[in-house]
Design a protein around this ligand. Structure first.
Ligand code: 13P
Ligand code: SF4
Length: 296
């Protein structure tokens, strides 16, 4: 399958982009693996004719929005993000009516229709820098309330209003004080994603996006990785001489839907095509481009 994928990729001038949480065999055939921000930048800059996006829907939509003349496909049709689905355009409009002075900052883990209502988008790699760049003191921030809390603690001079109040990712919110205790008994440093609850962030040695974890892992030999379990595999692949412990039950089921067979079939049949209404793309693009301008 890997050989067939390589041949088809060349024939069709395709690029395979994969998120850090994808299955190991999918990451192995990808041209680029990274975090949400890195994948968005890759999608914007690629010269390939066909982008095969191995991740979840909001990521493939972001790729399409940033490079609309390219064909962007996902190997499965139903890989979504339950966190992104917790926020609706109606919720944003209601919050804006209540707080007309506030800027709207949306985590990239949101639908395209929501992004079209945002002043600016952010990822976990640049959320603090994005909010800091704004003139407004009050910010409506959604849909992840743990990332909103992280931004608030880093920028106490701003007022961050989480939208919706308890928005969360089920994979990251299941990290507990027992996981911290177990990691401390085992030894090594704790690196956590800012989608983890506030008490886990407070106990961690480092807080980082998945791309940030790749950079930070040079700082110690043993790490307890508090995010989706495949991240530990990814780090081990990059740093084979270091030890990375995962929480085996921390699984994003949507990220696991894409198999190698799906990638091959996607390249053969050029499915599933990402399409979005033109006006939504246009408005969402502005918010994403503003983020890229801030984070470089
Ligand atoms: P990153 O941008 O850090 O890869 O995070 C994406 C995500 O979905 C985390 O759950
Ligand atoms: Fe969404 Fe959580 Fe999966 Fe990330 S890990 S894609 S936030 S459900």
């Amino acid at each position: 399958m890997k050989e067939k994928i390589a041949t088809l990729k060349k024939e069709k001038n395709a690029v395979i982009l994969a998120h850090n949480y994808q299955l190991p065999e999918v990451q192995d055939v990808a041209d680029f693996t990274g975090d949400s921000l890195q994948l968005a930048v890759q999608a914007k800059e690629t010269t390939a004719d066909l982008i095969v996006f191995c991740g979840v829907l909001f990521m493939a939509e972001t790729a399409k929005i940033l490079n609309p003349s390219k064909k962007v496909i996902m190997p499965v049709s139903d890989a979504g993000c339950p966190l992104a689905d917790q926020l609706t355009p109606e919720m944003i409009l209601a919050a804006k009516a209540e707080h007309p002075e506030a800027a709207v900052v949306l985590y990239v883990n949101s639908t395209a229709a929501c992004k079209a209502l945002a002043d600016i988008v952010c990822t976990s790699a640049n959320a603090v820098a994005v909010v800091e760049s704004l003139a407004e003191d009050t910010v409506l921030f959604g849909p992840d309330s743990n990332l909103a809390g992280y931004v608030q603690r880093n920028l106490p001079e701003k007022t961050i209003i989480p939208l919706p109040p308890g928005g969360h990712c089920y994979v990251h919110s299941e990290f507990t004080a027992e996981d911290v205790e177990e990691a401390r008994r085992r030894g090594g440093r704790i690196i956590c994603h800012p989608e983890c609850p506030a008490e886990i962030q407070a106990a961690a040695d480092v807080i980082a996006s998945t791309g940030g974890m790749v950079r930070e892992a040079t700082g110690a030999r043993v790490w307890n990785v508090f995010t989706e379990k495949e991240m530990a595999w990814r780090l081990k692949k990059i740093y084979p001489d270091r030890t990375f412990y995962a929480k085996e039950s921390a699984v994003c089921h949507d990220m696991k839907k894409t198999t190698l067979a799906d990638v091959l079939r996607a390249l053969e049949e050029e499915e599933y095509d990402i399409t979005l209404p033109g006006d939504v793309m246009e408005r969402a693009r502005g918010a994403i481009e503003r983020m890229i301008a801030v984070s470089g």
